[in-house]
Design a protein around this ligand. Structure first.
Ligand code: GSH
Length: 75
């Protein structure tokens, strides 16, 4: 839930896939053999498998994005 909340809060675009845990999709198991949710597959192929780490990653990206926007408005 916290991972999803951070994504909603920051408005990052993701492709959200609901998973039925008793019938895990093959692709999910390929990228994350651990088989737990949430799991975030990044554009570059890296995988984040812990909700706390997903949240931290998303919030850090948001800080960078905000700083960049601020720099731009100050020019
Ligand atoms: N520490 C993990 C826990 C993840 C976790 O246990 N997720 C549950 C669903 S909420 C799960 O995938 N369970 C797999 C199972 O029950 O087989 C995190 O916060 O990301």
């Amino acid at each position: 839930m916290r991972a999803r909340m951070s994504i909603v809060r920051t408005n990052f675009q993701v492709e959200l896939r609901e998973v039925i845990l008793r019938d895990r999709p093959e692709h999910m198991m390929e990228v994350s053999p651990k088989g737990t949710v949430p799991v975030l597959l990044l554009d570059g192929g890296d995988v984040i498998e812990e909700s706390l780490e997903i949240m931290q990653h998303v919030l850090e990206l948001d800080v960078v994005r905000r700083r960049t926007a601020l720099d731009f408005t100050q020019r």
